[in-house]
Design a protein around this ligand. Structure first.
Ligand code: NAD
Length: 286
């Protein structure tokens, strides 16, 4: 039987989530997607109208199939957590069952189980502000959307994950070394995500024989990264300074993710794996 993957955090064909979906589809997995509620309409419309057909192409020439797209807002765990103004918001009112708990229940009703859980989402409303100028609410929002969202997803999906399965998330080196400009508590959120990867690897390993790893990815000009404002500079910096002087392709991160969630990586858990052309190893720009 092929593996089934749930990938949270795809809303277009530019980001790491899309590339991971493609790598998993190319390896024969069935693809389920969780898309942020406010982005759902345009993503589904674009899919339906064939806007992504070119980038759906897999190495064998076939097109990646997405079996189902689920609306998801990973900052809400269950319906009781949703404030009235969000419930009343037009974009949210048009969909239902998009809290983490409800999505996991719906996936269970639809398919019974999954093998692979991918977390490819982050959000920090004050990301452009230095940490020193970040508000408490901005900081907590960054951690809620970018770190706790992974705990919540794993908590709710673990009961329907087949033993031997695996999860993966995406992190960034700003967690361990200062990257001026990656603000709003996003550096803190990534540090939490990496630490949680180790603790959750222990807990999910013991509880459900599930592996938990995170990829520390190099810079990619995704929609989220463009919102931060200095991504072109980071891409250029990496190109100039990394051991491998080449563009980092989303596909390379997708392939590494596919390896890490596959049986080829059956003894790897709790790890932060760099997929960044080696940039993390450099201490002196030359
Ligand atoms: P992206 O825009 O493709 O993905 C981010 C996704 O998160 C979007 O689809 C967005 O709709 C979704 N999202 C935001 N808030 C959400 C919420 N509350 N609930 C559900 N979904 C929500 O951008 P990306 O850069 O590919 O980001 C994917 C992951 O990769 C993130 O964790 C990011 O921090 C990480 N990452 C990116 C880079 C980079 O340079 N782009 C580098 C290292 C790590």
């Amino acid at each position: 039987r092929g593996k089934r993957a749930f990938i949270a955090g795809i809303a277009d064909d530019n980001g790491y989530g899309w590339a991971i979906a493609k790598a998993l589809a190319a390896a024969g997995a069935e693809i389920l997607v969780g898309t942020w509620v406010p982005a759902l309409n345009i993503f589904e419309t674009s899919l339906r109208r064939g806007k992504f057909d070119e980038s759906r192409k897999l190495p064998d020439g076939s097109l990646m199939e997405i079996t189902k797209v689920y609306p998801l807002d990973a900052v809400f765990d269950s319906l009781e957590d949703v404030p009235e103004d969000v419930k009343a918001n037009k974009r949210y009112a048009g969909s239902s069952k998009w809290t983490v708990k409800e999505v996991a229940e719906t996936v269970k009703d639809d398919f019974g189980s999954i093998d692979i859980l991918v977390h490819s989402l982050a959000n920090g409303p004050e990301v452009t502000k230095p940490l020193l100028e970040t508000s408490r609410s901005g900081y907590l929002a960054a951690v809620s959307a970018s770190s706790y969202s992974f705990i919540s997803l794993l908590q709710h999906f673990l009961p329907i994950m087949n033993p031997g399965g695996a999860s993966i998330s995406l992190t960034y080196i700003a967690s361990e070394r200062t990257i001026p400009g990656y603000g709003g508590g996003m550096s803190s959120a990534k540090a939490a995500l990496e630490s949680d990867t180790r603790v959750l690897a222990f807990e999910a390993g013991r509880k459900g024989k599930i592996r938990v790893n995170t990829i520390s990815a190099g810079p990619l000009g995704s929609r989220a990264a463009k919102a931060i404002g200095f991504i072109e500079k980071m891409i250029e910096y990496s190109y100039v300074n990394a051991p491998l002087q080449k563009e980092l392709l989303a596909e390379e991160v997708g392939n590494a993710a596919a390896f890490l969630v596959s049986p080829l990586a059956s003894a790897i858990t709790g790890s932060t794996v760099y997929v960044d052309n080696g940039l993390n190893t450099m201490a002196l720009a030359v």
